[in-house]
Design a binder for this molecule. Structure first.
Ligand SMILES: C[S@@+](CC[C@H](N)C(=O)[O-])C[C@H]1O[C@@H](n2cnc3c(N)ncnc32)[C@H](O)[C@@H]1O
Length: 249
């Protein structure tokens, strides 16, 4: 009893820190940019890996200002997007209005994934997230809650930076986000796989990929051709900068 009370207090503290971090200033590096070759290249890998279809109800957690949400909506997917930060969601709503995305295609909600509650008739086919797991207080608890939000035979798919790659630390420094990413190592592929198994997911698969930082890819999109071979080299594989992981429930 006492242990779980302590855990909840720590979780509350951690969440208010996250909220404060994302509410306190503009994180413009995470805003939607229709010309981003980097984001398009991530989605071109993520969509087939996740086997997303436009008929499914998708829940995106930790959507932020919609860097991935908006391109998905523009490609016709139906999304409910949640985040803990009002400021990030305000920016997402503004851009959704600017892009005239039909209202029936999306729902934007402020919510913490650890406590999100979904009624039976509103459950999702798939839960997705980009760069969010390493911001969570308790990844396993988050997966257990995700399982409660899924329809029967639902699935979840996440894209994460690989904490074993040095680029990730440069990125964190640029965003002055060191403290907000205190749980980096809980989101290493093997740890995520373990948390997924413990939360009852099966058929878990992951793939590491990438090589160049977003800035270089956006300036020289032809680098993407070179990058498409990197995941075939066993030597590099463990430290490639990104990974996608999926599991079925
Ligand atoms: C690194 S940002 C990623 C945003 C977006 N997915 C992207 O890639 O641009 C992490 C996001 O997770 C959100 N977040 C952190 N903890 C959360 C929680 N417990 N529930 C929901 N969202 C959370 C933050 O507010 C932030 O917007």
């Amino acid at each position: 009893m006492l242990t779980s009370q302590v855990k909840i207090t720590e979780q509350e503290k951690w969440n208010s820190f996250q909220k404060e971090f994302y509410n306190s200033r503009e994180h413009s590096r995470m805003w939607y940019d229709g010309n981003s070759h980097f984001v398009a290249s991530i989605l071109n890998k993520f969509i087939p890996f996740a086997t997303l279809t436009t008929q499914e109800q998708i829940l995106e957690i930790g959507c932020g200002a919609g860097r991935y949400t908006l391109p998905l909506l523009l490609r016709g997917y139906q999304l409910t997007a949640i985040d803990i930060s009002e400021r990030m969601l305000k920016k997402l709503q503004e851009d959704t209005d600017k892009l005239k995305i039909p209202e029936k295609q999306y729902t934007i909600m402020r919510s913490d994934i650890h406590s999100l509650n979904v009624e039976n008739d509103k459950k999702f086919d798939i839960v997705i997230g980009f760069n969010v797991l390493h911001h969570l207080f308790d990844v396993k608890n988050c997966f257990e809650n995700i399982a409660r939000c899924l329809k029967k035979d639902g699935r979840m798919v996440f894209l994460e930076p690989n904490a074993l790659n040095p680029l990730h630390y440069i990125d964190t420094l640029l965003d002055r986000g060191w403290q907000a990413e205190g749980h980096k190592f809980d989101s290493l592929p093997d740890r995520v796989r373990m948390s997924l198994t413990e939360a009852g997911f099966h058929n878990i698969q992951y793939r590491r990929f990438g090589f160049f930082p977003p800035l270089l890819i956006n300036c020289f999109p032809s680098l993407l051709k070179t990058e498409s071979y990197t995941d075939q080299f066993k030597f590099f594989n463990k430290v490639l900068p990104y990974f996608m992981i999926k599991g079925e429930f």
